[in-house]
Design a protein. Sequence first.
Length: 269
Amino acid sequence: MLNNKALNGEKIIVNIRDIKIGIDNRPIIIAGPCSVESKNQIIETALSLKEIGVDILRGGAFKPRTSPYAFQGLGYKGLEYLKQAGEAAGIPVVTELMTENDLNIVSDCADIIQIGSRNMYNYPLLEAVGEINKPVLLKRGMSASILEWIMAAEYIAARGNKNIILCERGIRTFETYTRNTLDLSAVPIVKKKTGLPVVVDPSHGTGIRELVNPMSRAALACGADGLMIEVHLDPQNALCDGQQSITLDEYKSIYEMKRKIIISPTSIH
Ligand code: PEP
Ligand code: MN
């Protein structure tokens, strides 16, 4: 069974520049498009989000798509545009690393390295990000149990890097109305077991734009340390995940909600 040694439940705060993730009642927001589509798109998105209020910009350069014929992201060019957008807005950025070959270039461009749902079981990749000192956002595998997810984090921490943020992004169940079933009960469990900060991605967690706001509220109410939300300037024409992407106006109401509420979730014992 579970044998987590490096992550033993002792609270870990992850620092990204002046942002602290994991402080009680101080949830952060990561927002941005599913993928970087052009230089203008990502810079305009970054500046608009910054104006409303955001902590970290997201944007995929390498996209793990189900179909090899779907848009795969802009690759290295996308990384560069994301970095420029973060600099223009003065905010840190997070992007996905898909292969160890790109570890250096992704860690040069990004403040946080994302390990996507499909790679949660990629142990060599987990070990590679464990060897460096960059914060890692580890998404839950879409069919991973809570213990498998915790042990994936342990793979990273065992190599020395405990700057890990866990991300609940929904799991596969018999339900097909939603893209995934957002398992919020995992949030207090993994927080307590690992001591790591946990953020929730209601965009992939539901796949439905209208559900992003209510599930963001629910995530904060159960003690999530932050949200990761897909926002697009023009969701209808997004190259990836438009149906779950919210507009800037919709984002604004989630940001306002987060700013107003102080939530004190009851911790589990
Ligand atoms: C993403 O966040 O862009 C993504 C691909 O998510 P996931 O790995 O959770 O499917
Ligand atoms: Mn997406």
